[in-house]
Ligand binder design. Structure first.
Ligand SMILES: *Cc1c(COP(=O)(O)O)cnc(C)c1O
Length: 411
């Protein structure tokens, strides 16, 4: 059955590997509806008086063996809460990845902190202890690791580095639900682990986020920071606010849907993992292309899957390779995860976060970011969509299509 490598790709008139539509499905059902009805019947949609948001956060923490979690209005807000709890003075630097959602850095900037972009391993798009070490300075207050695509960073290495330097480790796990490093779930290595439940993620509450805490003492801090720094747990002194904090509370409606979604999460992740792991195994030894690398001892939750092209070994550029896979009827996203690393966006190039000032960048002047590994990653990566609704026919078609296209373009 193996495809004869010389078959003409669909891009040049051959018959596409797949003509059937990609399998889909519904993400919400009777369980969500039932939870929503219960939420409404409480007579309040405020997290502090209702039970859904609290149960959602508690259940999520239990799944991680963590002492608690705080639910927020978005993943961006979850990250903002984590960063706010560090109580770093404005002008402190936070080392993070230049290939991530903008939400990773929004809270930093609102807190007057300066994102410092460390380079990435070009084969995985992840920060490494070495690249983070190279970005450290006297002003570094924290490291914010991003588990891109659901692929865990070297968390033991990063945790050891942060420990040695006496700085905090935060984890952006928005794409990495239930992924593991050395048998332990991501989000439990850093002081805080932040998740998103926006509509694109493994589970959705429309919008929403979660902050896992490792230290029980951080639970009231994070709860307060998400809620104007009100201390609803303290009699009398609730509004004796000392530090600025936003209102990024989750509503009971989101919490209700989240509770039902959490019950689906293990199955969603295991289906994606089976698909991604099988693809990685089956796409070895093709000319000019290697599947994404997941470090030994880690498990990935595959928010998406990446193929890495070796430009010298192929007679085509990245976009042509991707177009050829798309023409085969495969779920290939045009372009990389980002058009350019974050430091190439106007906000960073012009230091224009706030009108009429270079704040906070003027507090910690930087040399221009230099991340050749990140740029190589973006320029040479093709993204394959992953879905919990994909079946073995998609797997077989992707293997056949990538095999056909890589042999066709091989030098
Ligand atoms: C989705 C995402 C965020 C932001 O989450 P929102 O809920 O959209 O605010 C942050 N970081 C990463 C890596 C993400 O994928």
């Amino acid at each position: 059955m193996p495809d004869t490598p010389t078959r003409v790709p669909a891009l040049y008139g051959g018959t596409p590997v797949r003509s059937a539509p990609l399998p889909g499905g519904t993400r919400f059902g009777a369980d969500e509806l039932n939870e929503l009805r219960e939420a409404l019947e409480q007579g309040t949609l405020f997290y502090h008086f209702g039970g859904k948001v609290k149960a959602f956060a508690r259940r999520f923490a239990e799944m991680h063996g963590a002492p608690g979690a705080v639910a927020t209005s978005s993943g961006t807000a979850a990250l903002h809460v984590a960063v706010g709890c560090l109580d770093l003075p404005p002008g402190s630097e936070v080392i993070t990845s230049p290939v991530t959602d903008y939400g990773t850095v929004i809270g930093l900037l609102y807190q007057g902190l300066v994102p410092v972009f460390a380079d990435l391993d070009p084969a995985s798009g992840l920060l490494t202890p070495e690249t983070v070490e190279a970005a450290l300075s006297e002003r570094t207050g924290a490291v914010l690791a991003v588990h891109l695509a659901g692929n865990p960073c070297d968390l033991s290495g990063l945790a050891a580095l942060c420990e040695r330097r006496g700085i905090a480790l935060l984890e952006d796990c928005a794409q990495a639900y239930l992924a593991q490093h050395r048998g332990r779930r991501v989000g439990t290595f850093g002081r805080f682990g932040c998740f998103s439940t926006n509509d694109y993620k493994h589970i959705s509450t429309g919008d929403g986020g979660l902050v896992l805490v490792r230290d029980p003492a951080d639970l009231p801090l994070a709860t307060a920071f998400a809620d104007k720094n009100y201390r609803r747990d303290q009699q009398g002194g609730m509004r004796r606010v000392e530090r600025l904090a936003p209102n990024v509370r989750m509503t009971e409606l989101q919490g209700a849907v989240g509770l039902a979604q959490l019950r689906r999460l293990p199955e969603i992740v295991s289906r994606r993992r089976a698909f991604g792991d099988a693809l990685r195994a089956r796409l070895q030894n093709l000319p000019g292309v290697t599947p994404m690398r997941v470090r030994e001892g880690n498990t990935c939750s595959y928010w998406f899957f990446t193929l890495h092209l070796e430009a010298q070994a192929l007679r085509c550029d990245r976009d042509t390779f991707a177009a050829a896979l798309r023409a085969e009827g495969l779920p290939v996203r045009p372009g990389a995860y980002l058009e350019a690393p974050l430091y190439r966006t106007p906000l960073f190039e012009q230091q224009s976060a706030f009108a009429g000032t270079r704040y906070p960048f003027d507090l910690a002047p930087q040399r221009p970011a230099h991340c050749p590994g990140a740029e190589h990653y973006l320029a040479n990566t093709v993204i394959l969509e992953v879905s919990e609704f994909y079946d073995d026919t998609v797997l077989e078609d992707v293997v056949e299509g990538v095999t056909r296209v890589s042999h066709f373009f091989a030098r």
